[in-house]
Design a protein around this ligand. Structure first.
Ligand SMILES: Cc1cc2nc3c(=O)[nH]c(=O)nc-3n(C[C@H](O)[C@H](O)[C@H](O)COP(=O)(O)O)c2cc1C
Length: 213
């Protein structure tokens, strides 16, 4: 059971990788990733929507999320520019039901185009921030930028946002917890692949190390 796996492992020295290979490797290794379908708004008031899977929660008190947005041809993506300009964004949880419009919104729309408008994605107003929420998603988190941390060579920046408000649909929230099975989250694998939830295993943390009483 604890034996090393058969065959020779391939060892890849990260410093020898070019950007593209490093990207492919890290995205294949860190799986499955949740998807933040982010709505943001430009200084001129144009609503933008795009998905990001280099994303997770990084604090619970206060609740904070972090998303890594890369450069596109050396320039900020619209979401990154909007977040830096307005310091506000909304994370809409991407679910199975939202796959098609969410995926379509990843296409490189011109900055003067609004994905929700072009794709007919219905929006509802937020309560505390200007960017609206995506009606199709059962969970929305209104965020204010806490800090933007430039990483490594500067190709990637981590945008850390504090969640100001959660909006939770009764379809998935019982007043206490969000039911993962009902939420039906969509996740990203390496390459052009998505996945959905498989078997859900209940396993509370043990009060004692195994075998001790
Ligand atoms: C499922 C999925 C996950 C993605 N995750 C990221 C990510 O974590 N970081 C990133 O920079 N781009 C990511 N992208 C690509 C962006 O969505 C894409 O560059 C998009 O055009 C950015 O839109 P914007 O310019 O309107 O911000 C992802 C795309 C898909 C389909």
């Amino acid at each position: 059971m604890n034996e090393p796996r058969g065959g020779e492992y391939a060892t890849v020295i990260a410093a020898e990788l070019d950007t593209q290979r490093a990207y492919k490797l890290i995205l294949g290794c860190v799986v499955p990733r949740p998807i933040a379908w982010i709505t943001s708004i430009s200084a001129e008031g144009r609503v933008n929507a795009a998905p990001f899977s280099s994303y997770n929660y990084v604090s619970h008190s206060p609740p904070m999320l972090a998303v890594n947005i890369g450069l596109r041809a050396g320039k900020l993506k619209d979401t990154a520019r909007n977040i830096l300009e307005t310091r506000e964004f909304v994370v809409n949880v991407a679910t199975e039901a939202a796959r098609q419009p969410m995926h379509d919104s990843a296409c490189d729309f011109a900055p003067e185009e609004s994905e929700p408008e072009a794709l007919g994605i219905a929006l509802v107003p937020s309560r505390f921030v200007k960017p609206p929420r995506i009606a199709l998603s059962p969970v929305h988190m209104e965020c204010r930028l806490d800090q933007a941390v430039r990483l490594g060579t500067g190709n990637n920046t981590l945008y850390i946002g504090e969640v100001i408000a959660f909006h939770l649909s009764p379809e998935v929230f019982d007043g206490e917890v969000v039911d993962g099975a009902k939420l039906r989250p969509l996740a990203r694998l390496g390459g052009p692949y998505y996945t959905t939830l498989g078997t859900i295993i209940r396993a509370p943390i043990l009060a004692m190390p195994p075998g001790r009483r």
